[in-house]
Design a protein around this ligand. Sequence first.
Ligand SMILES: [Zn+2]
Length: 665
Amino acid sequence: MIRSAIRLRLSAFAALSLVASCATIANLRAAPKPATPPPAAAPRNPIPYPITESRGFARAVANGTRTRTGAPGPRYWQQFARYHIDAELVTATSQINGRETVRYFNHSPDTLRAVWVYLNQNLFAPSSPRTVLVPVTSGTEILRISAWGDALAKRDTGAGYSIDGTRMQIRLPRPLAPRDSLDLDIAWDFQVPPDGAPREGSTGDTFMVAYWYPQLAVYDDVDGWHTDPYLGTGEFYMDYADYDVNITLPQGWLVGATGELTNADQVLSRQTRDRLAQARRGTATVHVVTDRDRGAGPTKATNTGFDGAVTWRFHADNVRDFDWGASRTWLWDATRAIAGDRTNRGRPDTTAIYTFYRPEARRWAWDRSAGYEQSSIEFLSHYLWPYPWPQMTAIEGPSSCSGMEYPMLTCVGGPRDTLALYSVLVHETGHMWFPMQVGSDERRYAWQDEGLTRFNQAEGMQAFFKGYDRESIARKSYLDFALGGGEVPLMRPADQFPVGTAAYSIATYDKMATNMMSLRALLGDENFINIYHTYGLRWLDKHPTPYDFFNTFSSLSGQNLSWFFRTWWYETWTLDQAIGPVTTVGDRLVVTIENRGLAPMPVRLAVKRTSGATERYIVPVDVWLTGASTYAFSRDNPATVASIDIDPENVFPDVDRSNNHWVKR
Ligand SMILES: [Zn+2]
């Protein structure tokens, strides 16, 4: 999503204050009094020792599911499910009545005696812990659960189910063996929260329905069950699944959803279908449902459900989630995007583009939204790799959607100008790559999707608005915050950042985008983009951890980059390279390069001669890894040196550039 969407507030959850770790206390107690004072001239710079991988990751390497090259291991596995969901939206009361059957395939080598299920609507339940202010509903009511046909009761022990906030544990009547599958049948209902709920909500006329059905939690090869609660700030981690979803709601309402509509001839009028077909043939925007068409009825009634109701049937293969929005006032625009040759047929594939918005949203540039989506998909398909799905939909939803991504779908709410609308659409569309295709854990490592997406967003905006420097905006946000103090290392779960500050969004979005720019400068443009693509393609439809990202960049660049990852992921050290004293010693000009910050980086130098010629040098990062804070750089013919600059192209995030320049007087 885009940052700043969530209003932060202290809640009951925040009462769990931080305490000193046991290790710290033990060390304090055990520390003997020093017999002699410590040496006075200890190196000023901390040495960026290598990052340490988690115990779960080390175990996964030993098990052969991961490697230290960054590629998945030969025994990599992940779970899979098939959902069939029937849902009815009672628009007058915002009630959703749902029933689902799930076949859950155990691809792990483990026998599972219980499974965990996410009940994300319980974020809004009165007693649930949370880190954000939300409207309160009664959450998800579970009406019925059966496993392999056996009805299960709500109970604390034995076969049955129990609920703790946004998580439900189902203890199975018999163990689920490796290579076996579990059939669950669950009936539930809930009330869609009003506008003001993060990433979803209803205005009465327009609904964004998300995190809405009981969804199997992730069980992965690194950490097993992922039962981190949904507290509001941290986003999602989901396994891939196939979906058949039938949505029943009144005639005349339009639905935008993950997946493909499979019964268009049953729900859409002839005119609507003809216009969609027209949009598929060209690259112009077609107004599929206009103001005038709304009265005539772009849909037609089917005989299912309540009187005058229409059932929209959607199908999606191998996606992390299924979400949808609906409105009785939307207009519908469509076009197509050329997404690159994703099927290796030697010619470009196309994808359908749909946008839905209320008539009044024209003043926020939504009449351009189909073209913006088309441009976003085409840019990202070219910059990263081809968009893989048959359609992409953007809906103008409740304001608290702000800008939020779901597979093949984004919901954007609130007023915007053209620049801001393109910005949010290219960002959310960027999420179709990270995390929708590269399925990282957003809750623990938000930088793995948000930071990469902020970086890709900058590239997309710079391509669309020529001369617009979106990269510098991201870097300036990070530098301003770093200089002001309050920075927190970005390697931290989203819900464990300080509440009420910008620390989370700066670290996750702007600093991480800045890290990608630094990485590109370290590796060179071509090398960087090749490794970036390899990381994404290796982990397509899989679950990469941060170590898979680090290891991919280190192994494919042929460099041990642990100093870089340590500095920019695990610390809040800043970079301040400066030109210190410059003297002539014999026939050499000796330039003292100072590393005034704690972050080590190579020093990119430009030495300009009086002839006008410029010489370029790179002082390798190794000179700082000893802990040194100065380095003597010397050149011949001192009389001909006119000026010296550090990082003249401004590729590294130096907090003080005023000391990067020396000129002979
Ligand atoms: Zn985002």
